[in-house]
Each structure stands twice: as structure tokens, then as C-alpha cells.
Design a protein around this ligand. Structure first.
Ligand SMILES: [Mg+2]
Length: 187
């Protein structure tokens, strides 16, 4: 099967890293549970614009920590066609590819797609941490399956519940692997 995997929130612990910088730069301490939606703001600042700014710095991007279990998970997917799809901007692409090469050398193919347009990438499965991406993906074809990697910001008032036959909710990598095995068996 073709499996598209998001980077931030699925392979890289982007929010964890950004919250550390926010604490150092602005002196505000937040935890992941505070980030209860995709467009979360603090003191009038949008978290995702802060992340965009941080990603423009190759040192930050190269130093991003991993989501627990992601390396082991990706290794378990050999036999499938696995590739990366990310909404990161072009200015982060060089450092992102270097980071992937260090931590996930088997992930060669790389697609950029803005949030809400990831369904345009040819794939059978999308693993992503935002409901907005999963809904558009499964909506675009009845055979497609979406795996929502659950974080406190993953649910954003979409109609994802209407697609329950196509969607798996997975809080960690072990259950992502379980879901993919399930999809493989059913197919
Ligand atoms: Mg993401």
C-alpha cells in the first residue's frame, strides 16, 4: 500500500520543541494539553506562525526531537511504499530533508502540500495529526483510509465523525501500526 506520513506531530515533536522556545523567548510556560486546537494562540500570537518562523532556522529544524516510537514504527512498514507529506514551507525543505536523512533514511520521497490539500498526493493511507487533513483525504475517495494521530489539537470541529468507517484514531505509533495491519488485512 501507499502510505503518506505527515512530519510534524507524527514523526517530529514539533509542538514540544516550539513550547520550549516560547518558554525561553517569552517566559510563558505551556504544556501540550493547553494546545487544544490547530489554530491555538497565546498572547495574540498564533502558534503555527511561530512554528513557521522557527522552521526557517536550520539549526532549530535539524534539532527537532522525535515523536516516541516513530523510528520503530516506520521500520515496521517495510514492504509498503512509505513517503512524507508536509505543509512545511519551502524555506525549511533543505534542513527537513537532512533531518529525515538522519532519523528516517528509508523515507526518500517527499511531498509538500498545504493543510487541507494533502488529499492531492496519490496515496492509499494518510497518517496525520489534524482532522482537517484526514477528512479531506478520506472524502476524496471511498477506498482511502485516514489515521488521525491523536494529540490535544487534533480535533477541530470537522465532520470527521461522518467518516468513521474510513478513519482510525491512534494516540501512539503502536496503534498506527495496528491500524495499518488492519487496513492491509481488510484490503
Ligand atoms: Mg502535522
Amino acid at each position: 500500500m501507499k502510505i503518506a506520513v505527515d512530519i510534524d506531530g507524527v514523526l517530529a515533536d514539533q509542538v514540544g520543541a516550539a513550547l520550549k522556545v516560547i518558554e525561553n523567548e517569552y517566559g510563558h510556560k505551556y504544556c501540550k494539553n493547553d494546545i487544544n486546537r490547530a489554530h491555538w494562540t497565546f498572547e495574540g500570537r498564533e502558534l503555527w506562525s511561530e512554528i513557521g518562523r522557527l522552521l526557517a532556522d536550520p539549526e532549530y529544524t535539524l534539532g527537532l526531537p522525535l515523536i516516541e516510537g516513530s523510528q520503530r514504527g516506520i521500520k515496521q512498514l517495510t514492504g509498503h511504499e512509505v513517503f512524507v507529506v508536509t505543509a512545511r514551507r519551502q524555506n525549511a525543505e533543505g534542513a527537513t530533508k537532512q533531518w529525515l536523512n538522519v532519523h528516517f533514511p528509508c523515507l526518500k520521497d517527499y511531498y509538500r502540500a498545504r493543510t487541507g490539500t494533502k488529499h492531492k498526493i496519490p496515496s492509499d493511507i494518510l497518517v496525520d495529526d489534524l482532522d482537517l487533513n484526514i477528512v479531506e483525504f478520506v472524502k476524496s475517495h471511498p477506498e482511502r483510509r485516514g489515521i488521525l494521530f491523536m494529540h490535544p489539537w487534533s480535533i477541530n470541529g470537522t465532520d470527521i465523525a461522518d467518516y468513521s468507517a474510513q478513519v482510525y484514531y491512534c494516540p501512539e505509533w503502536e496503534s498506527v501500526i495496528g491500524a495499518i495491519k488492519d487496513i492491509d488485512r481488510a484490503g
